[in-house]
Write a protein that binds this ligand. Structure first.
Ligand code: MTE
Ligand code: MO
Length: 415
């Protein structure tokens, strides 16, 4: 598994930190001819940190937003697959990806104030004891689209690519919780994981979020051990991950070691305001919001993405164009999908498929005809089963830049 890969990377980094000119030369098997001119602490290009594309097996069109921690975003035109493959899936980390994972010793502890008594399962017990389920689940980062907010919000400047919809296989969290036995005090679950705080302090968790008990008990909420039919890739939570589709993806804890069933709203790192919270009531752009006026994000809002063609497409005059993409609506279903070529003045209905299961994105397509040569934009607008549609422009500003579900748009030139 990629784990041995990451282990050798660590060795490599240690080597680079401690290397002298002589050791670099020895490792290269060649004299560094003008080595005496190298600036202090300079690392020769040949030893540069591993390429994230190779390290994480990612498509070349992913964009690296940060390397400490690793954050990589996808792009609409590579999200065209009905089921997102590993290489096109965004990566969002708050801390350092764990190393030296030993699957044979991997345990999941279920504890907390609201269990009758804590219980530990080995990975193989989990797989043996409980029925397996596979669901295609949409995972969108709460900060997807942040880059469009003004005044800008700090954090990764995601454009539109922090969303995926892969097949996840595992056991139902509710089956495991019922096996442990939970009390009627249970209000929330919180996850604890094996990743390491950026400070390196082993007593600090980079993130420990969770979901209300009602979400934990949903059929589609999984303790997953496989993604797209294989072991979960290391960057996406190997060997065990909580997957709670439809909620901000931060609720889906990777490298899962422990779940606490809480008698209060979970209070782990990044549960408190302002993290993953928005003002309970709309505020003016740039306004300061008191912590107690910030509410936890639960269901993600209705949204869609045009995945074909790529923005900037050129078509010949008189030709029609088939556009397609995906739409999703958090805990709800998408009931209507429309596209516009006149900046939202008129809208044309798309063909919209049903989701393969609850919380999976839905596919749409539509054939467009353009009245004459020139520059056009195709705008896409989804409406959820409660009748709420995507806003045409950036919605309610909020201090951390979450939940931008503005209509996706692509440029098309005819002529
Ligand atoms: N243990 C752990 N789980 C985590 C995170 C993390 O940093 N550590 N990041 C969360 C956030 S903010 C997001 S958006 C998703 C990203 O999932 P992915 O990297 O598999 O795409 O994982 C979530 N689960
Ligand atoms: Mo996220």
């Amino acid at each position: 598994m990629s784990n041995s890969k990451s282990k050798s990377n660590e060795g490599r980094r240690r080597f680079i930190r401690n290397a002298s000119l002589a050791t670099f030369s020895a490792a290269l098997g060649a004299e560094i001819v003008f080595g005496c001119n190298m600036p202090k602490d300079y690392v020769p290009v040949a030893f540069k940190e591993d390429d994230p594309y190779q390290l994480f097996n990612k498509h070349k069109d992913l964009i690296v937003l940060n390397n400490k921690p690793w954050n990589l975003e996808s792009q609409p035109h590579i999200l065209d697959d009905r089921v997102t493959p590993e290489d096109k899936m965004f990566i969002r980390n708050n801390g350092v990806i764990p190393k030296d994972i030993n699957v044979r010793n991997w345990n999941l502890i279920i504890d907390g104030e609201a269990v009758t008594s804590p219980k530990t399962y080995s990975l193989s017990e989990l797989k043996k004891k409980f029925k397996h389920y596979t669901y295609q689940l949409t995972l969108e980062c709460g900060g997807n689209g942040r880059s469009e907010f003004y005044p800008p919000a700090s954090g990764n400047q995601w454009k539109t690519g922090a969303v995926s919809c892969a097949n996840w296989t595992g056991v139902r969290l509710k089956d495991v919780l019922n096996d442990v036995g939970i009390t009627d005090e249970a209000v929330y679950i919180g996850y604890h994981a094996a990743d390491v705080h950026l400070s390196g302090n082993p007593d600090k968790e980079p993130i420990s979020r969770g979901v209300p008990i009602s979400k934990a008990m949903q059929e589609e909420t999984l303790l997953a051990f496989a993604m797209n039919g294989k072991d979960i890739p290391l960057a996406h939570g190997y060997p065990l991950r909580l997957v709670a589709g439809g909620f901000p993806a931060s609720a889906s804890g990777k490298w899962l070691e422990r779940i606490s069933v809480r008698n209060i709203v979970h209070d782990g790192p990044k549960m408190a305001a302002p993290s993953y919270r928005v003002p309970c009531k709309p505020v003016a752009p740039g306004e300061k919001v008191a912590d107690e006026d910030m509410c936890i994000i639960e269901s993600m809002p209705v949204k869609s993405l045009i995945t074909y063609p790529k923005t900037g497409a050129m078509i010949r005059s008189g030709e029609s164009l088939e556009v397609r993409g995906h739409a999703w609506a958090g805990e709800l279903e998408v009931s209507e999908m429309e596209v516009s070529i006149d900046f939202g003045e008129t809208w044309q209905q798309c063909q919209l498929e049903k989701p393969v299961n609850r919380l999976a994105w839905q596919h749409f397509k539509s054939t467009l005809k353009f009245p004459k040569e020139g520059y056009y934009e195709v705008w896409a607008k989804a409406t959820d089963s409660k009748g709420v549609a995507q806003p045409m422009v950036v919605p309610g500003w909020n201090p951390k830049g979450y939940l931008n579900n503005a209509c996706h748009r692509i440029a098309v030139k005819v002529g």
